[in-house]
Ligand binder design. Sequence first.
Ligand SMILES: [Zn+2]
Length: 406
Amino acid sequence: MLPFAKLERYEGNEALFEMVNMSIVSTYVGEPLHIHAEGLRGTGKTTIMRKAQDILPNITRIKGCIYNCDPAEPHCPHHRELSAQEIIDLGVEEIPMPFLEISHSAKVGTVAGSIDLAKLTDGCNPEARLLPGIIPQAHRGIIFVDEINRLADTAPEITDILLDVMGTKPGHLQIEEAGLPVVHLKVIVSVWAASNPDEEPGALEEIRRQLSDRFDMVCYMGRPTSMDVLTNILKENSHNTKVHADRDLINVGDYEKQHEIYRQILLRWAERYNQADLPDFLRNYIARLYVKHNLESIRAIEAMQQGAVLYSIIKDRDQATITDVIRMLPLILKHRLDSDTLIRVINDVDVKGGKESMFSFVNKKPNKSDQTEETDYFKSVGRPLKDLKRQELINTEKSLDFNKVD
Ligand SMILES: [Zn+2]
């Protein structure tokens, strides 16, 4: 597979690259951002998500901790009771931000956790211990699920675990295994998913609406339409390129340099995201959208807040603006609303002139004098015809004075 730096970027997949960047930045600072890419086979959604592994920054964990304990905030059963000094004594290490995949054949034990059979059958010192599954091992990183619509259809027990993990930020995981006490863990994990709604069993929101709503953002991947992009895709997939795939390896060092640059940028964004917040008037604006359009999902408006700030940061702007909120609306609302309502919400901002309606709402403090002004205004233009004097209707010969100089 191509290195991340070499992936084709075009208009139709730009939103996915942006979502991936926003989610990495957010996960790095400890706030998951769950994203879902929908689209036809061959649009490269899975490749972009999988290859994002190339640019994931490092995290620091307590040395050897399979749960990726943050030394400043240990959470795992082995380390959460330790004192600061004991943790210093254990030491720390850097590892790449985890990126793990849940496959369709995965069992609850492999996803959540199971009894560690090696420890249990240890001849000298048998011990019943927990072997953490994919989700606890992905703490402070990403979990990828390809064809999530199929998983939701065929593996309801795994879906239930995802619902829990994605239900709050940070998420919650409960590991139950016969013979072991139940373990509760806090997990900071962003779930990335891909699916093709045109194939069996259909769109995720129709299979398991609850799981669909857990995704903060969904991006609908467009097909590449530019000749150049398509020519490049063909070239990358040609027989010749594949046979000489090792030629590309020579350049791997070059790509690694590029990936390191990406990593540094992501870290810089993360540092800024740590400090950034949404201005209050934009929060009011989002709240107003919720009330006015009877949006059902609090998650949706939380995602607007999180998304607008993240988007302004990956666009290197100092502060989120109304444009950033508007940019997020289709990603956040398309899987949550029927198309009529979605159009109404977007039109609320666009047609009335985003900034205009926005600022008139924010700056207008409805006080008495404003109201009188408004009534007066309507009076002067909206008087019934019968109340108008004849003079106001037609200029009579008498009222016309040709000699008058204006
Ligand atoms: Zn630990």
